[in-house]
Design a binder for this molecule. Structure first.
Ligand SMILES: Nc1ncnc2c1ncn2[C@@H]1O[C@H](COP(=O)(O)OP(=O)(O)OP(=O)(O)O)[C@@H](O)[C@H]1O
Length: 715
């Protein structure tokens, strides 16, 4: 992501269509195509166009108030905040004091011209005062930093927790919703300290800028009033300030909405080749395929073809900006900024007696105008970004209230008297159809079936037929588009989600390995119930004990360490560091480098760990803690070898007791023969259902595929 200025307006509504030439300006920068929204605010109309924006921000103000209240109750933050405000206010006053000293110097010069005498003590006092001002700026800036550090860390910690909680509670369709994703994104600011701290800083800077302007203006008016050329000086100051502001603004304001892409296939290919040789993942193929020379030749050819424009977007943009800066307007600006000097020279010719004082006034004026321009510019800039920040803060607080799309039910669904039910849970699908939120296609169409308590049901079907979807709907990750699902005769939409999920255990086909230790990965199957012995038992049942023993840190091993090691300039002989392999490709890339942080296991080994987690949840907890009555397994044996698969099914059968079990599989055999109910699903529809024998007798698709697989096995 671009580290420069952020676009200062919050993302608006509507869409950005690069092909719409009425609204979007297209330019070509080297290999890049830049599309910029033609925005009215580009033509400088600051005040009226901003009113609408400000009104929008106004409804974010209550959130700022809430933020301040939240920050004030954090440990010591009220004191720190008061100190921070005090130091900021003091720093804001320094320029005016410094200006006042400059004016005093002017008076001394004036007196000297008139009387040919200098009050030396007064002069030293003033000079001392100016030096003190310079020192004060440094000291105050340092103090501000010292106070800000603990403050920003605490604010950041507080809001990290806030965001964590807001995210952890989101359900799947809500989390996948792009508008929700955008809202989440806004709650992280580019500065890295979160929108809350950014806003605090902006409020402080805004206040200090206003103070600076008012105090400087007061001093300036007081000083210039006593000058014979007062009105002339003031008008020149205003003109010059405006010109400077406008010319600076031209460079500072980026178009609000823009996009850049490259359609240069040679450049894209070049970048692809670069990644290919830089990434360890592909090294095996490069070496085995003897691709080194070929790749270099390709790269050389492309590099020659694309030429000097083979630059990333920001480099290209900088290049073009440098060229733009040579425009006529920049020359004009340079000339205009010389005007005061010319005006005063002419004046001096006219009234030679006023030369020293005019020059001194001119100097004072120039110094002030400079400071003034930047302060003013800052103020306008800050009100802009402050508006955007208000809306970010609003989003930050609103993520707490994002409603989950799968609405919670109200009825309890726990075992009566906290006892584990002896029998499993029954499941019924009644005319269920379902489309994923992001898709127009039905993943399930009019599916109806009933699994009685304690039955073993296997759903078979080809890839993409809808097997996993059935399991996801039972766990209420999504709600059916049409029809209803019942567990123990009760509509799952009426049941409390936490209760429902507590009584179901699911092993997903696309299970993921959490970036935590193996121990945590297993324990999270049922964290409240977990202890070392139970985790070990779950690992044994999942067939993962041998794999874990092989690992350097056993149960405490992180397969994906979420925190990277950083190192630089390692001698080439250092193969491992902190027990992990040193990644030289990354060391080469930059100074301090993130290190390789994965320990690889095979697909089957990973699956055993995932199965152990499921055992932790469903089987180990035979006592009342979990009360699981329904086990859902989505292709649990897909990556297991036949012996491991056989063992797994044996253990599952022995341990499941009376619980209802539902498997999805596209392998026929071991499991399907033992099933009480088989559902053969094809193209989103349940086409056949019954026991293995019944379906063989029926001689339909199931029988056909069964015979195909049996033949393959026998031949
Ligand atoms: N998150 C999703 N968003 C949109 N479409 C999806 C999503 N997940 C699955 N689908 C689509 O829904 C249909 C059914 O998918 P499902 O995962 O239930 O099939 P499956 O029978 O389990 O397949 P496999 O044997 O490959 O696991 C497929 O067409 C798939 O592309």
């Amino acid at each position: 992501m671009h580290k420069g200025r952020r676009s200062r307006r919050p993302a608006g509504k509507g869409t950005f269509n690069p092909d719409d030439t009425t609204k979007v300006k297209h330019s070509k920068l080297g290999v890049w195509e830049l599309y910029e929204e033609i925005s009215n605010s580009q033509t400088f109309v600051p005040v009226p166009s901003k009113f609408k924006e400000y009104r929008e921000y106004a409804d974010g103000l209550p959130y700022i108030w809430r933020m301040l209240k939240d920050i004030l109750i954090l440990q010591d933050c009220h004191l720190l905040l008061v100190l921070y405000a005090a130091v900021t206010a003091l720093s804001a006053l320094v320029p005016a004091v410094s200006l006042w000293f400059s004016a005093q110097l002017l008076t001394i010069v004036q007196v000297a011209v008139d009387t040919r005498t200098v009050d030396k003590r007064f002069l030293f006092r003033i000079a001392g005062g100016r030096i003190a001002c310079v020192l004060a700026v440094r000291v105050l800036a340092h103090l501000q930093q010292i106070i800000a550090t603990p403050l920003q860390t605490r604010v950041k910690r507080f809001y990290s927790l806030h965001i964590f909680h807001a995210l952890a509670r989101l359900d799947l369709p809500t989390y996948e919703d792009t508008s929700v994703q955008r809202q989440i994104e806004a709650s992280y600011s580019r500065s890295g300290y979160g929108p809350a701290w950014d806003a605090v800083k902006t409020v402080a800077t805004l206040g200090s800028t206003v103070m600076q302007i008012v105090s400087q203006l007061t001093v300036l008016v007081a000083v210039l009033r006593e000058q014979p050329e007062g009105p002339l000086l003031t008008s020149i100051a205003v003109v010059q300030t405006t010109i400077e502001y406008l010319s600076l603004r031209r460079y500072i304001v980026p178009p609000t909405i823009w996009a850049a892409t490259t359609k240069n296939s040679d450049y894209v290919r070049m970048e692809g080749l670069k990644r290919l040789v830089n990434n360890n993942e592909h090294r095996k193929e490069i070496v085995a395929g003897n691709l080194g020379e070929y790749l270099t030749e390709q790269y050389r050819r492309l590099s020659r073809k694309v030429g000097d424009y083979a630059m990333d977007f920001w480099e290209t943009k900088r290049l073009y900006e440098t060229r733009d800066s040579l425009k006529l307007t920049t020359f004009l600006h340079a000339i205009v900024s010389e005007l005061p000097l010319i005006a005063f020279s002419l004046r001096a010719v006219q009234y030679p007696a006023s030369i020293p004082i005019s020059l001194a006034s001119l100097n004072l004026l120039r110094e002030t105008v400079q400071g003034f321009t930047y302060t003013l510019l800052n103020l306008l800039d800050q009100t802009d970004s402050f508006g955007a920040q208000i809306s970010d803060i609003k989003k930050l607080y609103e993520i707490e209230n994002i409603p989950n799309q799968v609405a919670d039910g109200t009825e309890p669904f726990v075992a009566e008297d906290d006892k584990v039910p002896d029998t499993g849970i029954s499941v019924e699908f009644r005319n269920v159809s379902f489309k994923y939120p992001s898709s127009d296609k039905f993943a399930l169409r009019d599916v109806s079936f009933t699994i009685r308590p304690g039955q073993l049901c296997v759903i078979v079907g080809s890839n993409g037929s809808g097997k996993s979807t059935i399991l996801k709907l039972i766990a209420r990750l999504y709600d059916p588009t049409e029809g209803s699902i019942f567990v123990d005769g009760r509509d799952i939409r009426t049941l409390r989600l936490a209760d429902l999920r507590q009584r179901i255990s699911v092993l997903f086909q696309d299970y993921t390995h959490f970036p935590l230790s193996i121990k945590d990965n297993i324990a999270l199957g049922n964290p409240e119930f977990a202890n070392d012995d139970r985790i070990m038992e779950a690992a044994r049942l999942g067939g993962a004990v041998d794999i874990i023993k092989e690992l350097p840190e056993g149960m405490d091993t992180y397969l994906n360490r979420p925190v990277r090691d950083y190192y630089a300039a390692m001698p080439e002989g250092t193969k491992t560091l902190f027990g992990r392999n040193v990644d030289y490709a990354r060391v080469r890339g930059a100074g301090g480098m993130k290190a390789q942080n994965t320990t690889s296991l095979s697909g089957g080994q990973m699956q055993r760990l995932a199965v152990s987690r499921t055992f932790m949840r469903s089987i180990v907890s035979k006592s009342s803690e979990a009360g699981v009555g329904l086990l859902l397994f989505d292709e649990p044996s897909a990556s297991l070898d036949p012996a491991a698969e056989h063992d797994l099914f044996e253990r599952l059968r022995q341990l499941r007791g009376q619980k209802t079990m539902l498997f999805s599989s596209h392998r026929f055999g071991n499991l399907t023969r033992h099933a009480d109910l088989l559902l053969y699903i094809n193209n989103s529809v349940v086409e056949e259902s019954g026991t293995h024998e019944e379906l063989l007798k029926k001689d339909g698709q199931y029988a056909h595929i069964w015979r195909l697989q049996a033949q393959a096995f026998l031949s």
